[in-house]
Ligand binder design. Sequence first.
Ligand code: TXA
Ligand code: MG
Length: 329
Amino acid sequence: MVTKVLSGEKAIEEGARLIQSGEVVAFPTETVYGLGGNALDPNSIAKIYKAKGRPSDNPLIVHVSRVEDIDPLVKEFSEINRRLVQEFMPGAITLLFPRSELVPIEVTAGLGTVGIRIPSCEVARQFISACGVPIAAPSANASTRVSPTTAGHVLEDMDGRIPLIIDGGECQVGIESTVLDLTSDIPTILRPGAVTAEMLLSVLGTVKTHEGEVLSSAPAPGMKYKHYATSVPMVLAESVNSLIAEYDEMSGRGLKVVALVRSESVGSMQGRNYIDIGATDEEVCRNIYKIMRDAEKEYGYIVCIHLGFEGVCASVMNRLTKSAGGKVV
Ligand code: TXA
Ligand code: MG
């Protein structure tokens, strides 16, 4: 199969036509690129799992372009979910609802809940609206790989496996949406993202945060798989000093090492290989997956500076901790 990369109106028209004929199409969102299929058609869903190489017990998020389109997909739309929708959608959040009969069990991997998201990215919403059906979409990476934030990243993983990638440029947020479960007693963040616990507290009285460890029987089935892995080893360094020590030790062993550091620490790198991950937290969040993909192509070992847990950094650290397999120096 030839994988086309198109942008603009033509891409959306062609994408919608493909979706309606049961194909899968990659499209941009503000978080990461998604691999979309008709959420109401089990055959399309099977194609998504196949293209990604994803275990079929890991449920998919259903994307719609308007709040009204949520109703037919859910059994119950609680007052608290309405307030969250009003406050945070469109945006980088996925809310779990009790699933209606309309949603095939293949989408939710047999669960009674369905995750729903309205992207803020214009191209995403135009595409979903042109399709005329809800769009089930995981991130458009091959299973276990880093999520794609450009059409080029999608092509790296999906070339020859899907007919079309809609190119909408670089994703503005850069990490996946916050997944919030309101079907449990205490609202629980199953996956942290750009909508932080602090932001959710403005609407919710209490919220249980996800700590970032890989749990063996985690409530988000996706959390138990190895995720966000770079193809070369990666560690986190608690300080610039420990980063330099690790760098020098691994270089001394003959590895081609790279340091991922914030702009403010670039001056301390002195002749060592480094990539500037950004000055602000938002920049780091937007750049991090792209930089991980770039780094693994050129280097044999990655040492990344610890970001702390303030605001969106907690969500980025959740991903980096997994990439590093929990290893901190
Ligand atoms: O930002 C995003 O959410 C991107 C874009 C494309 O929208 N999508 C995305 O999908 O990251 P995916 O499939 O890579 O990750 C979805 C996560 C998985 O960890 C999955 O287990 C969890 O959400 N999830 C989805 N539906 C769920 C449900 N009903 N119950 C519990 N967890 C669910
Ligand atoms: Mg994913």
